[in-house]
Design a protein around this ligand. Structure first.
Ligand code: FE2
Length: 155
């Protein structure tokens, strides 16, 4: 599985949200690296947990930014976020029930899904708010005041 890379075309016009997206890509790449070795199931589970928590954090931040600049499509956008979190949450729970079976699901198809989802989400869904957030002082303030700590997504 090829590593996913962030590029300038993915820039949503706000440095904080671009940085979040780069972190999400890093976590997905980590998941791909860990999935190659079956003995590293715990590392896979940890990466999945990191993805879940980081996605939750980033979506919350992005939603604050969208609300601050009164982005009209915020409702639909939030639904996309919820759907993604629900899918990852479901997969993470499977590790509690049967780590062996769960690790087997973290295969190329899943990684392709994660990469495709994020790529599509940034380039299509997120890009739609670019012109709103770029011009909004309130949006910039919302992005800056919403900070995460690494503790949030480490187990
Ligand atoms: Fe988004």
């Amino acid at each position: 599985m090829a590593m996913m890379r962030w590029n300038e075309k993915m820039s949503v016009g706000m440095v904080e949200l671009d940085a979040d997206h780069k972190e999400l890509i890093k976590v997905i790449n980590q998941l791909g690296a860990n999935a190659k070795d079956e003995a590293r199931r715990n590392a896979i589970r940890q990466s999945l947990f990191a993805l879940l928590r980081y996605a939750e954090y980033h979506f919350a931040r992005e939603e604050k930014v969208m609300a601050a600049c009164q982005y009209p499509e915020i409702r639909e956008h939030k639904l996309e976020h919820r759907d993604f979190v629900e899918r990852i949450n479901h997969l993470h729970r499977r590790f509690d029930e049967g780590p062996e079976e769960a690790a087997a699901i973290v295969n190329e198809a899943l990684l392709t899904f994660l990469q495709d989802w994020l790529k599509h989400h940034i380039l299509i869904e997120d890009m739609a708010y670019q012109s709103y957030v770029e011009l909004s002082r309130a949006a910039k303030q919302a992005a800056r005041s919403f900070k995460a700590t690494k503790i949030w997504w480490t187990q």
